[in-house]
Design a protein around this ligand. Structure first.
Ligand code: HEC
Length: 160
């Protein structure tokens, strides 16, 4: 009995550490800057309950218009294994720093999952990507390269 009790206790502590570390990684890798509404405007002063719910204000550029995904809903539909695999292989359009996700250790990715799942689902799906020249129905932030010299395209992107 005692052994079982100790075993359970240490699991509880391990998962608390995972959630706290997941929150820390999210904070310092800047995911909230785009995936949490008003986060930059409020200087990061947004409660965790509102984190990572996606954004309906798009980022418009030569790639079309992209919307930061609702990660709270995304992770509800993935197992921890699927999330690790998804993050390690993700390629996305600008300005999503997908290559940064590839560099996050597997253990930190698992902690991110534990943290986001601990918050539960919230919000609605973000609008769909709009290809260049398509009809835009939302607000957006315009990224306009000052010259084509500074725009080399994104060869990794294949239209979804
Ligand atoms: C500079 C803004 C920005 C930052 C910072 C950012 N993202 Fe994103 N993210 C986006 C945008 C925009 C998309 C949608 C890209 C597309 O449509 O291809 C996206 C897409 C994603 C997706 C793919 C969702 C799907 O269903 O395909 C995941 C997962 C994701 N982001 C996770 C993260 C995580 C985790 C972090 C922090 C490490 C992060 N993002 C940081 C803007 C950002």
């Amino acid at each position: 009995m005692i052994a079982i009790f100790i075993g359970l206790q240490s699991n509880v502590y391990a998962s608390k550490d995972a959630v706290a570390n997941g929150e820390y990684i999210i904070r310092i890798t800047g995911c909230n800057d785009c995936h949490t509404p008003s986060y930059p405007e409020k200087g990061g002063n947004i409660p965790t309950s509102q984190w990572l719910t996606g954004n309906s204000i798009g980022y418009k550029g030569p790639w079309g218009v992209t919307y930061p995904a609702n990660l709270r809903l995304l992770m509800q539909n993935l197992t921890e294994e699927q999330w690790v695999n998804f993050a390690k292989n993700l390629k996305a359009r600008p300005p999503m720093p997908w290559f940064t996700l590839h560099m996050i250790s597997e253990s930190d990715l698992r902690d991110i999952y534990q943290f986001v799942r601990s918050l539960g689902p919230a919000g609605v799906q973000s609008p769909n990507f709009v290809p260049p020249g398509g009809v835009i129905k939302t607000q957006y932030i315009d990224f306009v390269p000052t010259s084509t010299k500074h725009w080399n395209g994104f060869s990794h992107i294949t239209a979804k």
